[in-house]
Design a binder for this molecule. Sequence first.
Ligand code: 5GP
Ligand code: ZN
Length: 115
Amino acid sequence: MKSKMSECIFCKIAKGEIPADFVYRDETVFVIRDITPQAPAHFLVIPTRHVASAAEVADLAIWAAVMGRATEVARSLGFTDGYRMVINTGVQSGQTVPHLHLHLLSGRVFGWPPG
Ligand code: 5GP
Ligand code: ZN
């Protein structure tokens, strides 16, 4: 999944060119509220560096940053009844933004299998 970084929504959010509701930020990763929440709590954990999808990850340290931050946010926000982490990857998965992001969802019961 190719994309131009200059046109990428999440790169623009990282640079402050598009506003977002940030709940965490460091050099490597940031966490924002999803603009169209699919659960009472719906956050996106996003690496600052542009990587088009999970399939494009070369530096495995990205996974430590993204997964580690997701579990830290879940812990700090008290998602003690459980949560779901989703990484849509590629066209058939439903990925719509071609910049790697992990959905962190909580606050309701989730069905299985996923749709
Ligand atoms: P995907 O479908 O690629 O897995 O997820 C993309 C997510 O990004 C969607 O849940 C969508 O609501 C969210 N999103 C798209 N544009 C924006 C935006 O400008 N701001 C925020 N906060 N979320 C966005
Ligand atoms: Zn990007």
